[in-house]
Design a protein around this ligand. Structure first.
Ligand code: AMP
Ligand code: MG
Length: 405
């Protein structure tokens, strides 16, 4: 760690992110556990998944219909020699006949064509007349079309969703190796804070960051330790940090601006290491990264919209990487700006925006203290440094649905 307190200018978001990801890679690796698939949703794969079989394991019918050998068909009707349901093991196809077959049933040996039942006529004598021209291999799902045995299907570091779990089940695996949960402690600093449910005293505000971060971390799959509220006081800060030495990360909000009230920074300087960054990000700007007696600590700015943006854009990818996730960048897409941005800024802005008629429109009050802007919004519009925008110009939009999970 370097550059304590002496950062000239503002640190670009990408540089900060890259440093955070490097720091994540340096942190000790977590444990691996084996879980049944039903308990693995949201967890991070700790092993490569290699197909132990072909998918599908054999040629099968894509339709309810009739299977035949194309060479046996001269245009004349064919007799039905067997009926093949999904789950059955068919006999080889008798020469000169066809087989009644249902979707997903294995193709009998010798058949190379399936016709769907809508395109045949069943004659009174029980034979089948194929009404139109047939092509070899039509309506057949070939063995291995999805996956070949030995193929790498999922890589370690993939976050498991119901889709991956379904895929792993299709390969016949009942259990997976996943990374252990990252334990994260959440601390809220500020003499003005009290918890919801208490009467509001003079000069006090309710602690919203604690709830925001606890719920968000739970969504990311972390094990959360509630470190409570810390007063703006150095001895109390040191005592609180010292009680959290069994976690993988301490995440604190508030009190990180270089000022008299930077007790977190002071504690890290005394009993660990500290990097204080002034980021080219808005809302946000001050961010602390350090270690307290070896435990990584991230200090986010306390204004709720700043907490949200800096957590989403910087702490989230760091935490995901610590969890073992490879793909940590949120998906974003270009949308036309439904607003004009005439004043280019030196900081990258993350504006709370809603999609209306395919355009991003902004919440009128983008103040860093206004969390309601984010609740109104569908996501964040990213306006790059030194950039102006005309109405209709393309701008990157990152939906909250991406960031929150
Ligand atoms: P700070 O970063 O401590 O200077 O705080 C910046 C602003 O965010 C101040 O107005 C604080 O009252 C407010 N703030 C800090 N922490 C929280 C919190 N946990 N919940 C709500 N507001 C907070
Ligand atoms: Mg404060």
């Amino acid at each position: 760690m370097s550059d304590c307190c002496a950062q000239p200018g503002l640190l670009p978001v990408e540089t900060a992110l890259q440093r955070l990801l490097e720091l994540a890679a340096e942190a000790p690796q977590g444990q691996v556990e084996t879980l049944p698939l039903a308990a693995a949703d949201g967890r991070v794969l700790a092993e490569n998944i290699v197909a132990g079989l072909d998918l599908p394991p054999w040629d099968n019918s894509a339709m309810d219909g009739y299977a035949l050998r194309l060479a046996d068909w001269s245009g004349e009707p064919l007799a039905i020699s067997q009926r093949i349901f999904a789950g059955s093991a068919p006999a080889p196809l008798t020469a000169g006949s066809c087989a009644r077959i249902f979707t997903g049933a294995p193709l009998p040996e010798g058949a190379d064509c399936v016709e769907m039942q809508e395109n045949v006529e069943l004659l009174d004598d029980g034979r089948v007349r194929f009404k139109q021209a047939l092509k070899a291999r039509q309506h057949i799902r070939p063995q291995g079309q999805e996956t070949r045995r030995g193929e790498l299907v999922l890589q370690a570091g993939t976050r498991l969703t119901p889709i991956e779990l379904g895929l792993i089940a299709s390969l016949g695996l009942a259990e997976v190796k996943v990374c252990s949960r990252l334990r994260v402690a959440v601390l809220s600093t500020g003499d003005e804070l009290i918890e919801p449910g208490q009467p509001l005293g003079a000069g006090q505000i309710y602690n919203s960051n604690r709830q925001l971060l606890i719920s968000w971390l739970q969504r990311l799959g972390c094990e959360v330790v509630d470190g409570g509220i810390l007063p703006d006081d150095l001895p109390a800060t040191r005592v609180a940090l010292a009680q959290l030495l069994d976690v993988g990360l301490i995440l604190s909000t508030g009190g990180v601006s270089v000022g008299e009230a930077d007790f977190l920074g002071a504690a890290l300087r005394e009993e660990g290491q500290l990097a204080f960054w002034k980021l080219a990000i808005k809302p946000g700007k001050p961010l602390t990264f350090g270690r307290f007696r070896g435990v990584p600590v991230i200090g986010l700015p306390g204004n709720p919209a700043s907490t949200l943006v800096t957590f989403g854009m910087l702490a989230r990818p760091y935490i995901l990487r610590r969890m073992g996730v490879q793909q940590v960048a949120p998906l974003g897409f270009q949308v036309p700006a439904g607003f004009v941005w005439s004043k280019a800024g030196s900081r990258r802005e993350y504006l709370r925006a809603k999609l209306q008629d395919g355009r991003a429109v902004l919440y009128p009050n983008q103040s860093s203290g206004v969390l309601r802007s984010a609740s109104w919004a569908d996501g964040l519009v990213e306006v790059l440094e030194n950039t102006t925008l005309a109405e209709g110009e393309g701008v990157r939009f990152i939906p909250f649905s991406e960031l929150l999970g």
